[in-house]
Write a protein that binds this ligand. Sequence first.
Ligand SMILES: Cc1cc2nc3c(=O)[nH]c(=O)nc-3n(C[C@H](O)[C@H](O)[C@H](O)COP(=O)(O)O)c2cc1C
Length: 343
Amino acid sequence: MDIRNRKAEHVEAAKRMDVEYEISAGFEDVRFIHSSLPEMDLEEIDLRCSFLGKNLSAPLIVSGMTGGYPGAQKINLSLAEAAEKEGLAFGLGSQRAMLEKPELAQTYKVRKVAPSIPIIGNIGACQLKNYGVEKIRAMLEEVEADALAIHLNPLQEMVQQEGDKKFSGILEQIGLFVDELGLPIIAKETGAGISKEIALALKKAGVCTIDISGAGGTSWSKVEYLRGKARPTFEDWGNPTVECIAACSGIIEVIGSGGVRDGLDAAKCIALGASYAAAALPFIRAKDPLAEMRLWKEELKTAMLLSGCKNIDRLKKAKLVITGETAEALKLLGIETSSYAKR
Ligand SMILES: Cc1cc2nc3c(=O)[nH]c(=O)nc-3n(C[C@H](O)[C@H](O)[C@H](O)COP(=O)(O)O)c2cc1C
């Protein structure tokens, strides 16, 4: 199938079908300790932080989703414009299509509506070898990106009929790009999560940040099933988001994503150890992306006020109680959940 049709089908499925995991990302197992005496005013709460050398008004990122077919341009422009107005970072979808067909580059170009925010370029790990550093650097320059997200998507490739099934040598390629690209590299999952061992390997390869994209949000296996291209066998495969953040955040800078559905989930990501929270599905589905982004910031502020945290640094140290299946899984993985409650 032509890559452009596939991209359009993915967006349509995400917007209109039940494409989410049955298993949970784990946020319902995480709760803040409520403060009945916050001793601060709402207007004092400060969400500001920096990312990729630029200022953000809140630690929130619109995850990379699309580009590469005519309808994608409108989506990217509208999301990037809203992100610029709200001071959030913005990710592009896989840019492979513009490497194959240069005339599709315009569907990724959002800098004119988003002059000041960090823009993250995107390419699949399997494609690094095929295109090489020079071509990918030129691709990033064309869209004026601040960083490259290299997406790791073995689950999607395995369940996609036309998927690339060659996964050997990828870590070495990532290391080569770290050394030669000249832009920060984010290693990003696409919904099945990153384990502690993989985080350690990526750190060793020189990656600066990982985007967890854990299980519990959009399920690519389910998307392929709904497109009639796969059996549902692996629709719940992956490591839930909360588990991934707790497992990886002591190792490397983490973006918490995968099933993050509101500002409260975002606050939990940060308190669990992520530096930023990101989401895809809620923003592509939003009738009014700008209003949705504003709401997330308000919810993040509310969570901070109610847990007595005036700024993001304080939120990173907020006490959390972790229970249920997430606590059980973390215990089995040797991760001490009581440290979140006792700090
Ligand atoms: C329509 C759609 C297209 C996506 N395309 C890409 C992509 O091209 N590259 C990528 O790294 N991730 C892609 N993703 C994955 C998201 O960036 C994100 O990691 C994942 O959907 C989990 O977040 P969510 O549960 O908030 O949707 C896509 C997600 C959606 C919904």
